[in-house]
Design a protein around this ligand. Structure first.
Ligand code: I3P
Length: 109
């Protein structure tokens, strides 16, 4: 699965709140492949190798949980992603259908 996702970092691996200056929203071309969610700056092209920067943004979704962000009302179609190492991200999908599709795909693996 792939598509546009806008990401906001909410908590870092130490469980601490992501510091000011690093809490902004950023748009990525997201690709969910196996248990990895890759976040690329450029559009997905099959066969194109991933740059180091893009590998750094990759998130392991093994033992992670995606849930609708019902308590976040500043933007629509937002869900939380809590990872196994206790990072928390907010992701905004392009529409409600896409949001549900991402949540399902992330939670199924
Ligand atoms: C953040 C940025 C986010 C905002 C966040 C700010 O600043 O303005 O858009 O979240 O507020 O800290 P920076 O880019 O300097 O990190 P919202 O869009 O959800 O308001 P927050 O600290 O209350 O999460």
């Amino acid at each position: 699965k792939h598509g546009l996702l806008v990401r906001k970092s909410h908590a870092d691996p130490d469980c601490k709140k992501t510091p000011r200056g690093k809490r902004g929203w950023k748009t990525f071309h997201a690709i969910l492949k196996g248990m990895i969610l890759y976040l690329q700056k450029e559009e997905y092209k099959p066969g194109k190798p991933l740059a180091e920067e893009e590998l750094k943004n990759a998130i392991s979704i093994h033992h992670s949980l995606a849930t609708r962000a019902l308590d976040y009302s500043k933007r629509p179609n937002v869900f939380y992603l809590r990872t196994a190492d206790w990072r928390v991200f907010l992701f905004q999908a392009q529409n409600s259908e896409q949001m549900h599709s991402w949540i399902t795909r992330i939670n199924v693996v």
